[in-house]
Design a protein around this ligand. Structure first.
Ligand SMILES: Nc1nc2c(c(=O)[nH]1)N[C@H]1C(S)=C(S)[C@@H](COP(=O)(O)O)O[C@H]1N2
Ligand SMILES: [Mo]
Length: 419
């Protein structure tokens, strides 16, 4: 792939076109230049929000049930809900809008952090029990990480990016590295796997390789600058950066070091095929490079031709995103996107691409490459890899990280390119 830096003159020319585009379409001229009118004031009834803030009543972005099941249902059980990625600004998902998933419908544990403990036992020299306060005294780390559910898949029926990609979110997590705790306990040489267990009825338990535990797993008590929310695992959750969401055990109460893969409640269905093999585990668990355009995306509408900043998110379980490209002509030509900020390892990063829409029907899409050189596949490539028809790729096992096209009609309406 050839890459050309725009010459300065070309840059100025584009800048001028952009400014011209603005006066013509995107902004109204300031006629008369009167002082703006005073808005009404927020008074009285909302003063409770001084103690803990609330957003403007004009901002209504919300999570939606994922997979057609209401959450909570008639019995009060919670199921998967998806993040409104189409409304997000910046790379951090607000905690109130972070997607959440319960492996089976569940009531959320209501845990008193003063009573809660984390036990580490099994193949260790010194089994230990940590209170939440014990953990908070230890050396801490703060890192940006995404989590993504295996249920985050493209479909022909999905209309919005919330429906196609909303089962991933990105937060700033604070906690103690699991390796710090394991060094205190002393891991025996025979320990090859560890099992993490949650406190709720079904335990949300999973087996993971010890090498991952010693690398970058974190016991998080903080999320976006405050305590982890109950829906996301209060008071303690395991972060397994870059691994499929189901491994990020919420309401974490126990870690057992073991010598072999343990079958757990989570080992249902096809999701975990092949993962018992130590050699393939690292790859089978890891989320592939993935990106999606969040603006313009399904069910949004472009008011007319002219300048648009295409925006989207990219992430990979393999490390930091190295490059994102955007196509605005259905995948014929690919253009290098810009990053906002420096892409972090196993975190969403925000990309942008400056676009002049000429008003004709087209398809826009993004693709990415991560720092270890893995590239996001198209759906055609996935079909070839699995030796399936295009249609069958919507139900192949494992995670779906394929390119998502959005179709832009002449009237500016945006729809799922697979619909
Ligand atoms: N204890 C426990 N941990 C759990 C789950 C669960 O049901 N119980 N759900 C898992 C699944 S399927 C996913 S995708 C992630 C979602 O994390 P979040 O709810 O914080 O977004 O948590 C995982 N951890
Ligand atoms: Mo999940």
């Amino acid at each position: 792939m050839r890459e050309k830096r725009p010459a300065r003159r070309e840059f100025l020319r584009n800048g001028a076109a952009l400014a011209g585009g603005f006066t013509l379409s995107a902004a109204a001229p300031a006629l008369g230049q009167r002082a703006p009118a005073q808005p009404p004031m927020i008074k009285g009834e909302r003063q409770g929000e001084i103690a803990y803030g609330a957003r403007s009543k004009y901002v209504t972005s919300a999570r939606i049930p994922h997979g057609g099941r209401p959450s909570p249902d008639n019995f009060g059980l919670t199921f998967h809900v998806a993040t409104p990625l189409q409304d997000q600004v910046g790379v951090i998902t607000p905690s109130s809008l972070h997607y959440f998933a319960t492996t089976r419908g569940a009531f959320l544990p209501d845990i008193d952090p003063g009573q809660h403990t984390l036990m580490i036992h099994g193949l260790v020299d010194r089994p230990l029990t940590f209170t939440v306060d014990d953990l908070k005294r230890l050396p801490s780390v703060t890192r940006l990480h995404f989590i993504e559910c295996a249920g985050n898949r493209a479909s022909r029926r999905a209309k919005t990016v919330q429906e196609t990609h909303g089962m991933t979110s990105n937060a700033e997590w604070t906690g103690v590295l699991l390796s710090t705790l394991l060094k205190e306990c002393g891991v025996k040489g025979s320990a090859k796997w560890f099992v993490a267990e949650g406190a709720e009825e079904v335990k949300g338990a999973s087996s993971m390789p010890v090498a991952k535990a010693m690398d970058d797993c974190m016991i998080a008590y903080g999320m976006n600058g405050e305590a982890v929310r109950p829906q996301n695992g209060f008071p303690l959750r395991l972060m397994v950066p870059g691994f499929e969401g189901i491994f990020h055990t919420k309401w974490l109460q126990r870690i057992k070091l073991v010598d072999t893969y343990y079958m757990n409640y989570n080992d249902f269905g096809h999701l975990h095929e092949g993962k018992q093999d130590n050699r393939v585990a690292a790859l089978a668990y890891q989320i592939g490079p993935k990106s999606v355009i969040t603006f313009p995306s399904g069910e949004q509408r472009l008011p007319g031709k002219g300048f648009y900043e295409i925006r989207g998110l990219a992430w990979s379980g393999g490390g930091a995103i190295k490059q994102v490209e955007v196509s605005t002509d259905g995948g014929k030509k690919w253009n290098k996107a810009q990053f906002q900020g420096t892409p972090q390892r196993m975190a969403h990063c925000l990309f942008t691409y400056a676009w002049q829409w000429d008003g004709s029907q087209t398809e826009i899409m993004s693709r990415c490459v991560d720092e270890v050189g893995q590239a996001q596949p198209t759906r055609e490539q996935i079909a070839k890899y699995w030796n399936k028809t295009f249609d069958q790729t919507f139900s192949v096992p494992g995670l779906d990280n394929s390119v998502q096209p959005w179709r832009i009609a002449k009237d500016g309406s945006v729809t799922n390119g697979f619909a």
